[in-house]
Design a protein around this ligand. Structure first.
Ligand code: APR
Length: 234
C-alpha cells in the first residue's frame, strides 16, 4: 500500500529548509550542477574571507554582479506557496541557505538566513551591520575607512549560533520537514534535517534528483520545486 500523499493541511508545525534549487525557477543560477556559479567562479577568489582580505574590490565586483542578477529576478510560485503556508500556520519556520532575499520578497517573515544575505553589509572594524539594497553596492567603505563586507557566510566562515539554535529548535518541534532544492553537501546546514528525523517528523525531500542526504527523507518528491510545493498545498 503506497503511503498516503503528504499534504500541508495535515500538519501544524512545518519547517521549510530551502536551497538554490528553489530560486533557480526565478532565473537565479544554482551553485552546483550545470550552469552553477561555482562552475564559473572559484569561491576561493570571490567568496571567502581570504579573498576579501586579499582584494576587497574584486570580491565586491563579484557580489555586485550577483546583486544586479538577483534584483532582476522575482519570487516564483514556490516562494509564494511557502509564504502563504507561513501566513496561515503560525507554527511554520523557514530556514534558508539562500542569500537572495526572495522568500522575504514573496511575503515570508522571520526567515532564518543560515548563510546570511546578499542584501546586508557589515563593517568588522566597528561592528556595524546594516541592510543595503544598492546596486552596485555603494559606498564600499565605511565612514571609519574600512571596507564594508557582504554579510554572507562564506566558505570557512562560522554560522551565526543564533541561527543554528533557531533552526535546531524548529526542527526539534516540527511535525513536517520539507527540504526544497538543496544538494545537501554543505555542512553544518546539511546536517540539520537529521534533527527532524530523530524527533519523529514526517520528512519530504523536493529535488530534481537524489542527493547524498536523500536517505534521511521518507518521501522523495522528484520534480520542480514550484510544482511539488503546489501539489503539497493542494
Ligand atoms: N526544483 C527542485 N530542485 C532543484 C531545481 C528545481 N527547479 N533546480 C535545481 N534543483 C536542485 C539541484 O538538483 C540541487 O540538488 O537544487 C540543488 C541545488 O544545489 P546547490 O547548487 O548545491 O545549492 P544549495 O544546496 O543551496 O547550496 C548550499 O552551498 O555554495 C554554498 O552557501 C552556498 O547556500 C549555498 C550552499
Amino acid at each position: 500500500m503506497p503511503p498516503a500523499p503528504v499534504r500541508f493541511r495535515d500538519f501544524e508545525r512545518i519547517v521549510f529548509f530551502t536551497g538554490a534549487g528553489l530560486s533557480s525557477e526565478s532565473g537565479i543560477p544554482t551553485y552546483r550542477g550545470t550552469g552553477g556559479i561555482w562552475k564559473e567562479y572559484d569561491y576561493e577568489d570571490y567568496a571567502c574571507q581570504r579573498a576579501f582580505d586579499r582584494d576587497p574590490d574584486k570580491v565586491w565586483d563579484f557580489h555586485d554582479k550577483r546583486r544586479a542578477a538577483v534584483s532582476a529576478c522575482a519570487p516564483n510560485e514556490g516562494h509564494r506557496v511557502i509564504a502563504s503556508i507561513q501566513a496561515s500556520k503560525a507554527g511554520t519556520t523557514i530556514v534558508t541557505q539562500n542569500i537572495d532575499g526572495l522568500h522575504q520578497r514573496a511575503g515570508a517573515r522571520d526567515v532564518v538566513e543560515l548563510h546570511g544575505s546578499l542584501w546586508r553589509v557589515r563593517c568588522d572594524a566597528d561592528g556595524i551591520v546594516r541592510p543595503d539594497t544598492s546596486v552596485p553596492m555603494a559606498p564600499r567603505r565605511c565612514a571609519c575607512g574600512a571596507f564594508f563586507r557582504p554579510d554572507i557566510v562564506w566558505f570557512e566562515d562560522a554560522l551565526d549560533p543564533r541561527n543554528i539554535r533557531r533552526a535546531q529548535e524548529a526542527l526539534t518541534a516540527c511535525d513536517l520537514l520539507v527540504s526544497v532544492g538543496t544538494s545537501g553537501v554543505v555542512y553544518p546546514a546539511a546536517d540539520l534535517p537529521r534533527i527532524a528525523v530523530m524527533h519523529g517528523a514526517v520528512t519530504v525531500e523536493v529535488n530534481l534528483e537524489d542527493t547524498p542526504v536523500s536517505h534521511f527523507y521518507q518521501h522523495r518528491l522528484r520534480g520542480k520545486a514550484s510544482e511539488m510545493l503546489a501539489e503539497l498545498a493542494s
